[in-house]
Design a binder for this molecule. Structure first.
Ligand SMILES: Nc1nc2c(ncn2[C@@H]2O[C@H](COP(=O)(O)OP(=O)(O)OP(=O)(O)O)[C@@H](O)[C@H]2O)c(=O)[nH]1
Ligand SMILES: [Mg+2]
Length: 287
């Protein structure tokens, strides 16, 4: 008789910037969630699916907790992270021991207090030599079902993490077919890859006051008969000032964002892309 299959939903939760999305991408083996050095890059819970012969782990990436002045966006993102814990089978608390624990970590611990499913602690960024908070996190091991050291950058500890989770997930048939690695739809992924470049290529304030709107995605053919995907998208922002920053002197900024996003899109979609990118003022964004 073959051994039973285990499958379930596992939330990755933690302070912003601890490497949750990088970890998810490394676990899945491709980018399903965007990554930048800026806080609160992840805005929507994205699922990444890990397939193993004996089971399936459906990881749910969540927006990180971020202590800053009160804003509707931050409240909304914290709310989405909390909501992502509904109906999960286990939770991985991801921490970055290269930074001292802060108020945001406490916020996460408070949220986890109310969670009845197994909790694992992930001591991430293990590739970093200086991790001054490592011992203080290890001292809290008793609060967790297991502790695993990982690096999304080098892949260290990922198999151990998956193994620890599978042994705690319920007996359940697969939640997704074997060839599926994310629940995200193509158009969401396209908008996210553009947003990633806005985060990477603009200053502190701008990314948080932008929304990407996908206007159309159409297959097309060049005069020479080469097929390509024509993507028309807009970066919406509430102020003329941000619009000017996004366009840049001589439209250089928007060209750089467009070029980098097009390269990412072509590698993601496996085909030539023509990206038509506009920057528009929409007073309702980020209100
Ligand atoms: N050295 C090192 N850096 C990492 C590792 N994982 C992520 N980073 C870096 O940490 C920064 C944040 O990574 P993300 O994966 O976006 O972090 P996150 O926890 O998803 O952040 P939010 O979505 O904002 O909550 C990026 O600059 C990553 O390159 C790691 O294992 N080692
Ligand atoms: Mg993230």
């Amino acid at each position: 008789m073959s051994s039973p299959f285990h499958a379930g939903l596992v939330a990755l939760i933690g302070r912003t910037n601890v490497g949750k999305s990088t970890l998810l991408n490394a676990l899945v083996g491709r980018k399903v969630s965007i990554v930048t050095p800026k806080p609160q890059t992840t805005r929507h819970p994205v699922q990444g699916i890990v397939h193993r012969p004996g089971g399936q782990v459906v990881f749910v990436d969540t927006p990180g907790f971020f202590k800053t002045r009160a804003s509707r966006l931050v409240d909304e993102l914290h709310g989405r992270a909390r909501d992502a814990l509904e109906g999960i089978d286990a939770v991985v608390h991801v921490v970055d021991p290269s930074r001292e624990p802060g108020a945001e970590d406490q916020q996460v611990c408070d949220v986890l207090q109310g969670v009845a499913v197994p909790r694992l602690l992930c001591l991430n960024k293990a590739d970093l030599r200086r991790r001054p908070a490592l011992e203080s996190w290890k001292a809290r091991a008793g609060e967790y079902a297991a502790v695993v050291e990982t690096s999304g950058r080098t892949g260290l500890g990922l198999d151990t993490l998956v193994g620890e989770l599978l042994s705690r997930l319920p007996e359940h048939p697969p939640l997704y077919p074997e060839d599926q690695v994310t629940n995200a739809h193509r158009d969401f992924e396209i908008a996210e890859l553009i947003r990633e470049q806005v985060y990477l290529q603009t200053g502190e304030e701008v990314p948080y006051r932008t929304v990407i709107e996908l206007d159309s995605v159409e297959p097309a053919v060049t005069r020479e008969g080469q097929p390509f995907l024509h993507i028309k998208a807009s970066i919406l922002t509430p102020h003329d000032r941000y619009q000017r920053m996004l366009i840049g002197v001589g439209a250089r900024k928007i060209r750089d964002i467009g070029t980098a996003a097009r390269q990412e899109l072509e590698s993601r979609l496996g085909q030539k892309v023509f990206l038509d990118l506009d920057v528009l003022v929409d007073r309702t964004v980020g209100q």
